[in-house]
Design a protein around this ligand. Structure first.
Ligand code: SF4
Length: 170
């Protein structure tokens, strides 16, 4: 895959990213109604303790690339934490975080709803990809370190693994 869109920000990419923003806004609206609780502990951003892998589609990853000017993937720390988790336990790329981060809450009342919410909105992202001919490229956001982290989990959580739903990992 060679989706070097950052080199020349095409109108198609701008439009696709704009549509992704609309999907994220629609998700925010839906979540506002569900009102899941988040204590911003940062616990969900440790993939070794969680024992799960965060997958992202190409368009989601591209949004992060555009925001921070790095190509990625972004390896987990030695402790298994996302490198975007700041010292004060907040997400340093919060406005641009991928769908899997946006749809996860440890609130027990919300937990049963996560799969359905994720499926609904990843499908909408898939439709954008299809319209613009963007490669799906659904791969671990943290690269090989994502795979390594789940091989040496510290303890399990009730967080469902975020595995590919549309397309194939490539
Ligand atoms: S991108 Fe942000 S919310 Fe997602 S795992 Fe990393 S620090 Fe956590």
């Amino acid at each position: 895959m060679n989706w070097e869109l950052a080199e020349s920000m095409s109108n198609e990419l701008k439009d696709a990213l704009s549509e992704l923003e609309q999907v994220y806004q629609a998700l925010d609206d839906a979540l506002r109604e569900m009102n899941p609780k988040c204590e911003a502990s940062g616990v969900c951003c440790n993939f070794r303790t969680g024992g799960y892998i965060l997958y992202t589609s190409e368009l989601e990853t591209e949004r992060v690339r555009q925001a921070i000017g790095e190509q990625g993937p972004w390896a987990l720390t030695d402790e298994g934490e996302c490198p975007f988790l700041s010292a004060d336990r907040k997400c340093s790329i919060h406005p641009d975080r991928p769908l899997g981060c946006r749809t996860y809450f440890c609130d027990p009342a919300y937990r049963p709803l996560e799969g359905e919410v994720y499926q609904k909105f990843i499908t909408r992202i898939g439709e954008i990809n299809a319209r613009y001919g963007i490669p799906w490229n659904y791969t671990p956001f943290h690269g090989e370190s994502g795979h390594e982290a789940v091989k040496t989990p510290c303890r399990g959580t009730d967080r469902a693994p975020v595995f590919p739903i549309l397309g194939q990992e490539s």
